[in-house]
Design a protein. Structure first.
Length: 142
């Protein structure tokens, strides 16, 4: 992976102004967790996600998970299709079927160009209650 054209430490949440929530629909549920996944999160704090792309939601309970870092304790929980594209940013709150499932902490590009792994922090690796067809929303924290 190439180096970003800027110092990622200079990119703070204040850089991003007002933006629309990104919305999607769960298209597949996954039931797998890892204690030694070895995810490598890219340095970038934001990603543009166009309508109709399909990406994977993964959760970690590792508080240190952040852009440029990694995560071993990970659960893969779902694939979703973007129904309203936009910009997602680390720190975003992510809800599914109206309930919070985690906070966005980073991106894994291991399976690109097929799909991106979108990593959320949650206090536990327990599978969130999700169903195919549930609406998923990424929005700025309150």
């Amino acid at each position: 992976m190439s180096k970003p054209p800027y110092d990622p430490k200079r990119i703070t949440p204040d850089l991003y102004g007002d933006r629309s929530p990104v919305e999607g629909k769960i298209v597949a549920i996954l039931h797998v967790s890892f204690k030694d996944r070895g995810l490598k999160l890219i340095d970038t704090k934001s990603r543009a996600v166009p309508k109709h792309e399909i990406h994977e939601i993964m959760i970690t309970d590792e508080k240190a998970a952040a852009p440029g870092g990694g995560a071993d304790r990970v659960a893969a929980v779902a694939f979703f299709e973007i129904t309203r594209g936009g910009l997602i940013v680390t720190g975003d709150t992510v809800t599914a079927a109206g309930a919070k499932i985690g906070d966005l902490v980073g991106y894994d590009m291991n399976h690109m160009p097929n799909h991106m792994g979108i990593i959320l922090w949650a206090p536990t690796l327990d599978e969130p209650a999700l169903a195919v067809g549930d609406k998923i929303v990424f929005h700025r924290p309150a």
